[in-house]
Design a protein around this ligand. Structure first.
Ligand SMILES: C[S@@+](CC[C@H](N)C(=O)[O-])C[C@H]1O[C@@H](n2cnc3c(N)ncnc32)[C@H](O)[C@@H]1O
Length: 197
């Protein structure tokens, strides 16, 4: 079975459009077969962005949307906040859609086709992600720990994870070295903020 994070170039393209609004701001995203949550904005991603907008202390600087899919998280934050955004995904179709959506929404960003941080050398003030869960706990943890290595000191990693996807055990590991807290909870989704020590 093909998961959304594989690169299946044979998969038929059927572009569709998804609308999102936040206050007066309206954004349209092109989506397609073979990417995560292709028909609607994922609840966890929306909860992450809206919690960040309400509760984050740092809302400027350099941002990375890790595992950007068609670009919902990074493009929405760039549209609302004055941030310098980078976006990355392992999925070629996701990266292609992100580039289309950036152009259509008139936003400039650095876009990486990269397995984790393999092709990313920069460090960031904020890394924000709805991380891939189906890759398994070891790879998930590696992506989160590598994210911490790509933060500036006092930089923040924000992510969403479901309680039943091992949220507590991930938090226990991350908080061994860094301040890590659950900022919000809704429908079994946790929003986690880690501050790099
Ligand atoms: C849960 S989805 C979130 C997608 C998008 N951010 C959103 O909110 O709709 C996770 C994303 O991580 C990507 N991904 C999976 N493994 C990855 C890896 N090793 N490196 C980078 N991205 C990866 C997937 O292709 C997918 O787009």
């Amino acid at each position: 079975m093909d998961h959304y994070f594989t690169n299946n170039e044979q998969l038929k393209s059927e572009i569709r459009y998804i609308n999102y609004s936040y206050g007066d701001i309206k954004i349209t995203f092109a989506s397609d077969n073979g990417v995560f949550s292709k028909d609607k904005i994922d609840y966890g991603s929306k909860f992450l962005v809206e919690t960040f907008l309400k509760k984050a202390d740092i809302k400027n600087g350099s941002f990375l949307d890790l595992g950007c899919g068609y670009g919902f998280i990074g493009i929405t934050l760039a549209k609302i906040l004055d941030v310098q955004i980078s976006m990355s995904d392992i999925n070629k179709r996701a990266v292609h859609l992100t580039k289309i959506n950036l152009k259509d929404n008139n936003i400039k960003a650095q876009v990486y086709l990269s397995d984790g941080f393999t092709d990313i050398n920069d460090i960031f003030d904020i890394i924000i992600t709805n991380p891939p869960i189906r890759v398994g706990k070891n790879i998930l943890l590696r992506l989160l720990l590598d994210s911490v290595s790509h933060l500036k000191n006092n930089g923040e990693l924000w992510f969403v994870i479901r309680k039943d996807q091992g949220a507590k055990s991930i938090i226990n590991i991350l908080e061994e070295e860094h301040k890590c807290e659950i900022v919000a909870k809704s429908k079994g989704f946790y929003i986690i903020r880690l501050i790099k020590s």
